[in-house]
Design a protein. Structure first.
Length: 169
C-alpha cells in the first residue's frame, strides 16, 4: 500500500508539484506515522506521549482534508481494511502449511502399519500434496491479483482516456 501511495505521490509531483503531492498522497504517510506512534505507545514500545501520535495523526488528517477533500477522509477506514486484506494472503499460506502437516500425519499412520498400507500412504501423500500445491498456487494468485486491482491501483492510478463510442446505435 505504501508503494502505491509513493507512486501516487510521484504522479502528483510530476503533474502539480510538491505541495499538491504532499497534501494528496504524502499525507497518508503522516496519518500512518501518527497511528504507528499511538499503537507503539500503547504497546509499550515507544516512550512518547500518546498526544504526540494524536497530533501527528490530526496533522495528517488535516492534510488529507486539504488535499483530497471529504473524499479522502471517507477513505480513512480503508487504510485498515486494505491492510487486513493483504494479511489474508498470509492466512492462505498458513492454511496451506497446516494442510501439508495434516496430509503428512495422515500418511504417516499408514506407513506405520506396513505392508500394503505403505502403498496407500504414498497415494495419500501424492494426492494430498498435489491438491495442496494446486490450492497454494491458485489461492494466493487470485487474492493478490484482486488486491492489486482493488487496493493497490487505487492509490495512484487515475483513469482517463477517451470516452467509449460504439460503432452503431
Amino acid at each position: 500500500m505504501n508503494f502505491g501511495f509513493f507512486l501516487g505521490f510521484v504522479n502528483k509531483f510530476k503533474e502539480h508539484g510538491f505541495v499538491h503531492a504532499m497534501l494528496e498522497k504524502g499525507s497518508w504517510f503522516v496519518v500512518e506515522a501518527g497511528i504507528a506512534l499511538i499503537a507503539l505507545n500503547y504497546l509499550g514500545y515507544a516512550s512518547v506521549s500518546p498526544y504526540v501520535g494524536g497530533a501527528v495523526f490530526l496533522a495528517g488528517l488535516l492534510m488529507i482534508l486539504k488535499g483530497e477533500g471529504i473524499k479522502g477522509v471517507v477513505e480513512l477506514p480503508a487504510l485498515l481494511s486494505n491492510t487486513l486484506s493483504y494479511t489474508r494472503i498470509m492466512a492462505v499460506g498458513l492454511a496451506s502449511a497446516s494442510l501439508a502437516i495434516v496430509v503428512n500425519e495422515f500418511a504417516g499412520e499408514f506407513f506405520h502399519m506396513g505392508g500394503i498400507y505403505m502403498f496407500i500412504a504414498v497415494i495419500i501423500l501424492v494426492l494430498g500434496h498435489s491438491v495442496n500445491l494446486a490450492l497454494g498456487i491458485l489461492g494466493p494468485f487470485l487474492h493478490s491479483l484482486r488486491l492489486h486491482y482493488v487496493e493497490f491501483f487505487t492509490k495512484f492510478f487515475e483513469g482517463g482516456g477517451k470516452q467509449y463510442k460504439p460503432f452503431g446505435r
